[in-house]
Write a protein that binds this ligand. Structure first.
Ligand SMILES: C[S@@+](CC[C@H](N)C(=O)[O-])C[C@H]1O[C@@H](n2cnc3c(N)ncnc32)[C@H](O)[C@@H]1O
Length: 151
């Protein structure tokens, strides 16, 4: 699995949180950090889009993180990831930068995942996504890490 993410995570506390889950992931997740685009908002999105699309493997099943995406429960995301993985294509998650994702990236996406209608900073989204991928793996393996607390 791969994560293509705009922006360099410089804060050591944020990096430690990503690392906490990253080291437990099976299969693992390779993170490709892309430089923030420069110029006007449109130029930034277009330049970042070129870099994002180049970083996504050609055959990848691309899952963009976007407010407009589907709001999964954690068990539903676990099930969806199992289904996507069964397609035999590498999974590639994408997190945009401060200006969001360009229409060309949205058009390339095979699925879109939302963390609600609130706008989150992209570094927090990265931390939350890595935790949710770990949670999805724990749910799939029947590990008690995830406790739904619901009947
Ligand atoms: C600061 S946000 C960009 C906000 C931008 N104005 C937009 O319209 O997308 C940076 C990135 O974080 C991710 N993100 C932020 N909030 C999100 C949410 N609620 N659900 C899923 N992804 C989110 C998206 O990948 C987004 O491109």
């Amino acid at each position: 699995m791969k994560l293509v993410a705009v922006g360099r995570m410089k804060d050591k506390n944020e990096r430690a949180l990503v690392e906490r889950y990253l080291k437990r992931l099976r299969p693992g997740l390779d993170i490709a950090e892309l430089a923030d685009g420069r110029g006007s908002a449109d130029e930034i999105k277009r330049r970042e889009a070129q870099a994002i699309l180049s970083a996504c493997p050609p055959q990848a099943f691309v899952i963009v993180l976007d407010e407009s995406g589907r709001n999964f429960s954690s068990p539903a995301l676990s099930e969806a990831m199992a289904g996507w993985s069964a397609l035999g294509r590498p999974l590639c998650f994408v997190i945009g930068g401060a200006e969001g994702l360009d229409a060309s990236v949205m058009a390339r996406a095979d699925a879109a995942l939302s963390f609600g209608t609130l706008t989150w900073p992209h570094m927090l989204v990265r931390i939350m996504l890595v935790e949710q991928i770990y949670r999805a793996q724990m749910i799939a393996s029947g590990h008690p890490y995830h406790r739904s607390g619901r009947p």
